[in-house]
Design a protein around this ligand. Sequence first.
Ligand SMILES: [Ca+2]
Ligand SMILES: [Ca+2]
Ligand SMILES: [Ca+2]
Length: 183
Amino acid sequence: MASDGSSNFLDQFRNDHTIHAVDFMRCFLHYDKDRSGKLEKKELRAFLKDLLEAKGMDGDLTPDQYLDTLMSEADIDKDGKFELGELALVLPIERNFISKFPKTEKRTKAEIDEIFSHYDVDGNGMIGGNELLALLRDMFEREGQMVGADDLMEYADLVRELYDIKLDGQLHKDDIALLLRKY
Ligand SMILES: [Ca+2]
Ligand SMILES: [Ca+2]
Ligand SMILES: [Ca+2]
């Protein structure tokens, strides 16, 4: 995998019909260079350049015209920046994985196993970093709440304080079972 900065970040998803929720978080944070929780103009330009290259598009419009089109389609609150929910309109993010499970007071072990393994993309038996952000994002989205990346990060810190019993910054399956218990 090239990591010299000159490669196209989006190339890794070129053949994906849908982007995994964890990869989607990784995408957002890749372009949110200043960690403001939003993609501002300069960051959007870098995203757009990669997007057009990855799609094999070029030529017809100037980069600024593409940017205008992108904004008119997806900048819902018209603030000239992209929030997480707005980027989700542009990239083919997978269907919310959690939404396929009914709401319940008590999740079965099988359900927790299935949810856990979906978000534990690196398979290390723990959910941390972007995996946790993606899980939380999907939990909020299922409740109809579009949470920004900055709020998600704060919330992830809170969840770690409450549920990270082993205090290693990662949530183990027991922790996730607690988190999902009343959800
Ligand atoms: Ca930013
Ligand atoms: Ca916006
Ligand atoms: Ca993991």
